[in-house]
Ligand binder design. Sequence first.
Ligand code: ADP
Length: 651
Amino acid sequence: MSWAFLGLEFRWVVHSVLDSGEHSNAVPDESGLFDSLLGLSDLLVVVLDATGTIRLFNRSCETLTGYAADEMIGQSIWSSPLIPEDEKPPILRAIASVRAGASDFRHVNHWQTRAGELRLIHWRNTVLRDGNGDIHRLFATGIDATEQERAVHARDHQRRELHRLLDAFPSLVACLDRNLRVCFANHGYRDWFNLEPADQVGRHVEEIIGARAFEVLEPHFRAALDGQKSIYHGEVPYSHGGTRFIHGTYVPSRDDAGNIEGIYLLAVDITREHRLHWQLVEQVRRSKAIVDNALDGIICIDTHGRIVGFNPAAEQIFGYASREVSGKNVAILMPERTGDQHDDFIRSYFENDNNGNVVGERREVTGRHRDGTLIELLLAVTEIKDREHYFIGFLQDISQRKQAEREARYHFTNLAHVTRVGALGEVAAGLAHELSQPLTAIAANAEACLMRVAATDSTDPVLEPALRQISNQSQRAGEIIDYLRRFLRNDHSGDLETCTPGELFDRVLMLLHHEIHVSNIQVLRDIDHHVQPCTLNRVQIEQVLFNLVKNAIDALEKVGSRRELQLRCGMSSSPDAWKVSVGDNGPGMQPEHLERLFHPFFTTKSDGLGQGLPICRTIVERHGGCLEASVRPEGGMMFSFNLPLDSPNHD
Ligand code: ADP
């Protein structure tokens, strides 16, 4: 036997133990050396005899187990606490197997230390036989592989954990070798290709993903094998599971020396996200098309009042290009006074939680064009509360509509004139009647005068009264004809005139004299002698009085007897104003009619237009007054209005 052991000729060591039976009986000098060497060794050295009794238990064994050699030597290894029960049978089987033939064998088992810890030992054994070939001694040298085993364990555990982690990825993770064969594939393969990851190992990646997909991705595999990180973002037509939109990353994998030994690939399926992205893009495009082509101006502002959106219709309304106003305070689109307050509006909106109902209401506002002109607008505001808070204003330029309304009002005024003209049909009949007598008298007296003058040269006593009569009557006829002419011409020249109520009443009564006379209406005039003259649009105020008196006459038609028309004018103070009223003792009206009295087109007459009272109210308001109607307690209606002496007298 020539097994080198710790630099000693092992044969010698063995013999010394064998020959003496106890190492203490060996040659003293060399035995001390042997003990020292065994004490120095990190190897565990145990010697057993044929019965399994421990004959040698070196220092390393003592250190590892915590048992002293004196405790262990002489004890059977099988009854000692060193080997766990369940591990004894295989060792015994191994010994039995060498009993007949081989002299060396190896095995692995645990030793249990005094502290109860299990240590894993790798044993190498050699058997010494006697002259009969029977086992005389068993030499066992062992290495404590516990730490090594733990490290291996830990590494395996780490690898398993890593794989578990990679399997949990909702993406494809794989490792390919230089020939693009799969070394590792995570569970993503099962989800994507319905293939067990373990079945992929060793296969070429093209077999798994298909030729068309490989064609797309191969440049990226190659780039990674050339040492570059490569990214592919796009569609891949996989042979199994169809086309997917992926984000793939391909990086080289290197050994410890830095040589590229393959590639790692990580592919994320973003087909759904990609679809959603495009749906969103489409949606944004559609919304933009709607906003861009909307007829309404659409302006979006943030909570600081800064413009963040301004569509083409808004550009048209305000004369600014979107880029010019973007980021600026929306106040630039408002008249100065409103603009200055706008930041406060927003602040109070948040403080009072939309108390002013700005959002959700439609209202008329005034805007300011780039050139400074004011624009009448209809505004509706809505708000978006997302991660950011925005207000969106929808605007319609209603300048034209408002202008049309003003024109319509103007036409109403003209319509009133037409109404008056219509009334003049009747007035004309009255006038004809009124004028016929004076004209007849004029003619008759003129004839008489002419005859007298012709017959005698001297003055006749009849002549003077006749001529006076001619003069009076013709003057009155002239006045009526003149006023009628102006009235029909709708002549507003010299509109503002200083008048007394008496003059106004006179004129209106003169115009309606015929109706009043024919209807047998008693006119009661009551003018306060304190009333001062007032500067007003005479024709318009006469028109008001005319309409009110005419309505009263119409109403009195329905009364059998004692028809009364009351015309009053007094003074009221603060401000100084005329207080004019027109009353009648007609049938009055029902309360529900009273509410609609001033609504345009409200009429109860078969030939009525329902324009008179709304126009009257407008005229009075333009004079700074207010026209009201009430049912008199004693029956009939009372219309009254005030006219401030310093009225604005708008047209
Ligand atoms: P119109 O005379 O063309 O009907 P108005 O606006 O002048 O239009 O009058 C509207 C309506 O008001 C009349 O149709 C009538 O029903 C009612 N009304 C006006 N004045 C009187 C009045 N003095 N007494 C009773 N009803 C009146």
